[in-house]
Design a protein around this ligand. Structure first.
Ligand code: NAD
Length: 477
């Protein structure tokens, strides 16, 4: 059994999680501990006890530790990428890309721990000076989803540690493998004091809830579905804990009449279907101006049909399996509902039986959909995209913003004026011009607006807004 990591020790559990490969459900990736409330409390106590020791480390020592962890992740990217592809179903090239990003994130925050500082200002009162400094928040609970099993943990753990916090990390039950591999790298090369970093694998209702409700956990950073996020928000607010939520999306990609058709099609295919559409930033709504609409639909149909669905480790696979049976059921439910609602299925939406038993679904493309339909209102979180016809740019912009979500949005156009207007008026937290809505850099802020996000942005140097508390000190000298 791959065990939990508490206070620098590997600790087993009575319950075991058998981790299945969605490309081949007969392949067991590994057996992982499934912790409970008592283990979570032990980890929280260890993290709380370690705060003082961790505070004695210089920023240079912290930087070196994060850099070593980043280097090891990068050196192991093939092995970790294969593990990620096996447990989550993301194709190998994308999996290695995700691992690379995780390594880079650790190295970036190594630098950040040296760079971040405060402010020194004169007071409005004579002889008085003011310092604005940043301090660690304390023990941070990290709760992550299954769809980016190493990158999301990295972009929460690395800044938490860089800014002096201690961590209890709870990954999604579906993907304990990458979390465990990351913890073992932190254990091997981090050289961190005992208790600074802890891993508790297990369910949301036991481990997640114990983290969210513990008075010793000062802050919760969560990425996952909107329903879970809102429950966590209520718990944290009730006890005055700091929280940060990254949740669902229903991201629009607008295609204007003046767009380069081939670029628009490749942008839409990538944004909608790569990573099997299981990205919070996926382009699930393709909003297309009427002049290019029919040509776009035709080229999208061809391009969607040409996508190769298969085992995530096969080198010619473009679209891996759906991550789980539960997710597959949800995708099929939305596909059936869209058909019944009169949407036209242009391509895909079929289950595939391949050599190995897995959750294979051909990417589904619908045309003749309206923005008010459930398939355009609710997050499907699978390889399912819709086309919505727009009368003109203003109509397209209004449709794009007509959603409870606000994570990412995109536009394909050759017009600088339209692009500038869209960047200014889109109600999403991230806006892409002639680029897929998914696919972002690690050194700049990441996050959404409206129902997609709550709290300070993640990533880049903006992460310090969540992972530190500001203190203002006055001195009369
Ligand atoms: P989920 O909400 O089911 O689970 C997320 C995490 O929360 C898991 O670790 C889960 O065990 C835990 N959890 C569940 N119930 C809990 C509880 N009561 N208390 C504490 N923790 C609990 O989400 P998922 O299915 O793993 O991930 C898919 C969702 O994540 C999608 O909605 C997707 O859009 C979203 N997502 C958002 C972003 C973003 O940055 N906005 C990024 C990736 C994924």
């Amino acid at each position: 059994m791959n065990k939990n990591y508490i206070n620098g020790e590997w600790v087993g559990s009575s319950e075991v999680n058998r981790n299945l490969n969605p490309s081949d459900t007969g392949d067991i990736v590994g057996e992982y501990a499934r912790g409970d409330e008592a283990q979570t409390r032990e980890a929280i106590n260890a993290a709380d006890d370690a705060l003082e020791t961790w505070a004695t480390w210089t920023s240079e020592a912290r930087a070196d530790a994060l850099d070593r962890i980043g280097d090891r992740i990068l050196a192991d990217k093939q092995r970790l990428g294969e593990l990620l592809a096996r447990e989550e179903g993301k194709v190998l090239a994308e999996s290695i890309g995700e691992v690379t990003r995780a390594g880079r994130v650790f190295k970036f925050y190594g630098g950040e721990s040296l760079r971040f500082g405060g402010e020194f200002l004169p007071s409005v009162r004579p002889g008085v000076s003011v310092e604005v400094s940043r301090e660690p928040v304390g023990v941070v609970g990290i709760i992550t989803p299954w769809n980016f099993p190493i990158a999301i943990p990295a972009w929460k753990i690395a800044p938490a540690l860089a800014y002096g916090n201690c961590v209890v990390f709870k990954p999604a039950d579906l993907v304990p493998g990458c979390a465990w591999a990351l913890a073992s790298i932190i254990d091997e090369v981090g050289g961190l004091p005992k208790g600074v970093f802890n891993l508790i694998m297990g369910s949301g209702s036991k481990v997640g809830n114990a983290l969210v409700t513990s008075p010793k956990v000062s802050a919760i950073t969560f990425t996952g579905s909107s329903d879970t996020g809102m429950r966590i928000a209520a718990e944290c607010a009730a006890r005055g804990a700091k929280f940060q939520l990254e949740m669902g999306g229903k991201n629009p990609l607008v295609v204007l009449d003046d767009a380069d058709l081939e670029l628009a099609v490749s942008t839409a295919i990538n944004g909608a279907f790569f990573s099997t559409g299981q990205r919070c930033t996926s382009s699930s709504r393709l909003i297309v101006e009427k002049g290019i609409h029919d040509r776009f639909v035709e080229r999208m149909r061809e391009a969607t049909q040409a996508l190769k669905v298969g085992h995530a480790l096969a080198l010619d696979t473009q679209i891996g399996p759906v991550a789980s049976q539960i997710q597959l059921n949800q995708d099929i439910k939305y596909i059936e509902e869209a058909k019944e609602a009169g949407c036209r299925l242009e391509a895909g939406g079929e289950l595939l039986s391949l050599e190995t038993p897995g959750y294979y679904l051909t990417p589904a493309l619908f045309s003749q959909t309206r923005n008010e339909m459930p398939i355009n209102r609710e997050e499907v979180f699978g390889p399912v995209a819709t086309i919505i016809k727009a009368e003109d740019y203003e109509h397209a912009l209004a449709l794009a913003n007509d959603t409870i979500y606000g994570l990412s949005s995109g536009i394909c156009t050759k017009s600088l004026a339209r692009a500038a207007h869209f960047k200014r008026h889109s109600s999403a937290g991230m806006v892409m011009v002639n680029l897929p809505t998914a696919g972002v850099d690690y050194h700049v802020p990441f996050g959404g607006r409206k129902g997609s996000s709550y709290g300070p942005k993640e990533q880049g140097s903006y992460a310090k807004e969540f992972f530190t508390d500001v203190k203002t000190s006055y001195t009369l000298a």
